[in-house]
Design a protein around this ligand. Sequence first.
Ligand code: AMP
Ligand code: ZN
Length: 113
Amino acid sequence: MSDCIFCKIINKEIPATIIYEDDRFVAFKDINPIDKVHFLIIPKTHEENLLTAKNDLATREMFGEMLMLAPKLAKKEGLEGFRTMINSGVKGGQEVFHIHFHVYGGSDHLRKI
Ligand code: AMP
Ligand code: ZN
């Protein structure tokens, strides 16, 4: 997707603080962090969100792999615990329409929800 900012980060057309990359995923620091540590994990394939994603085996496997990167990268970033968030659709607070898992933590006082 040529007008997608996260695809541009994947293609290195715009800069980001990339903390992890492999053949399927990229993780980078959120530009507007809501916690001491806040990064995003995205797939290299452009997928809008959970509302539009196919519920097939390949997609489920991809999201599973993506989720299991969270603890690995959180530990690498020095977190002992973390929170994940996936905003889906405008009414779900999504602003960038390339699916991403927010991973954040580091503050002493997380609001219980
Ligand atoms: P969401 O509201 O779930 O779509 O979240 C989009 C997130 O992307 C926000 O937390 C933004 O701060 C973050 N973001 C937007 N542009 C960039 C960028 N160029 N580099 C890093 N993070 C970004
Ligand atoms: Zn994209």
